[in-house]
Design a protein around this ligand. Structure first.
Ligand SMILES: [Fe+2]
Length: 140
């Protein structure tokens, strides 16, 4: 049972919900590796997988946003948020040498939790409401 997932994260858009859950499952694996002292594995094995999935998910979400073609400002803003998130993760990875594994894993973990939960509960919920309101996607 997922600890991070809660109903405020459910958007009603099947593709988004499914991918958000998959993303959260990866974050939870990252967490449990850290909690069992396997920070090296979390950073070397899990983080690359998580980054791949994040990229896959962001492109899928951006593709959905194209259906709201008239709303370019929102699209660009949302894409910029995705980009900033990814850049920050990569930056933190490069700081791993200075910080050490434990510190790096903890900082990345906190950032993943805070950003994703806030982003899904705020920005993605707003996007989902628009998509559903304009019948651009089918709800659950
Ligand atoms: Fe998003």
């Amino acid at each position: 049972m997922s600890k991070l997932w809660n109903t405020s994260l459910t958007t009603g858009v099947p593709l988004m919900d499914e991918q958000h859950k998959a993303l959260i499952a990866r974050i939870e694996t990252f967490d449990s590796l850290c909690a069992t002292g396997q920070t090296h594995r979390a950073l070397d094995e899990l983080l690359p997988q998580l980054k791949d999935y994040v990229q896959y998910h962001f492109s899928a979400e951006e593709e959905l946003m194209q259906r709201l073609a008239h709303d370019y400002a929102q699209l660009e803003e949302h894409m910029a948020m995705h980009q900033r998130f990814f850049t920050r993760i990569v930056e933190m990875e490069t700081q791993r040498e200075d910080w050490g594994d434990l510190q790096a894993a903890m900082r990345i973990r906190t950032y993943l939790h805070d950003w994703l939960v806030q982003h899904i509960a705020g920005t993605d919920q707003a996007l989902a409401r628009q998509l559903l309101g304009q019948h651009a996607v089918r709800p659950h």
